[in-house]
Design a protein around this ligand. Structure first.
Ligand SMILES: [Ca+2]
Ligand SMILES: [Ca+2]
Length: 136
């Protein structure tokens, strides 16, 4: 391996799976409560090489080591193409079951965006990107 190839490999490792997706979560101003339906965060697609229909995507959130749960998101479609891609925002809230409350405050919750490829395999979901949500 040449020096340049080794450097490129290291750079890819830094950006996760290296597929070009980059996400950034900003915490909702409301504090978490013991009730369901708390506003959680806004997830911005900072960078993406392509856009996918919202219906193909799933976002899960969970503390490291815990089973992640799906969160409910509304698409704030910045470019109006009806798909989730660069510069769009996902405005996300807790579902109908309470998963995040006072015990989550101050912790770093891992967010994983996955896409259903529609493939007829045991697991058609592929991971697009991860982000960290600093919960309050
Ligand atoms: Ca869009
Ligand atoms: Ca809650």
């Amino acid at each position: 391996m040449t020096g340049r190839a080794a450097l490129a490999a290291a750079a890819l490792a830094l950006t996760g799976c290296g597929n070009g997706w980059q996400l950034a979560a900003s915490d909702a101003p409301e504090s978490l409560t013991g009730s369901a339906g708390d506003p959680l965060f806004v997830l911005k697609v900072v960078q993406s090489p392509e856009a996918f229909p919202f219906s193909q995507l799933k976002l899960t959130a969970g503390l490291p080591g815990d089973t992640p749960s799906s969160v409910l998101c509304d698409l704030d479609d910045a470019d109006g193409d009806g798909k989730v891609g660069a510069l769009d925002n996902l405005v996300c809230a807790e579902g109908p079951v309470n998963h995040f409350d006072q015990s989550t405050q101050g912790k770093q919750v891992e967010l994983v965006l996955t896409r259903n490829t529609g493939a007829f395999t045991a697991n058609p979901w592929v991971e697009l990107a991860r982000a960290t949500w600093n919960a309050n």
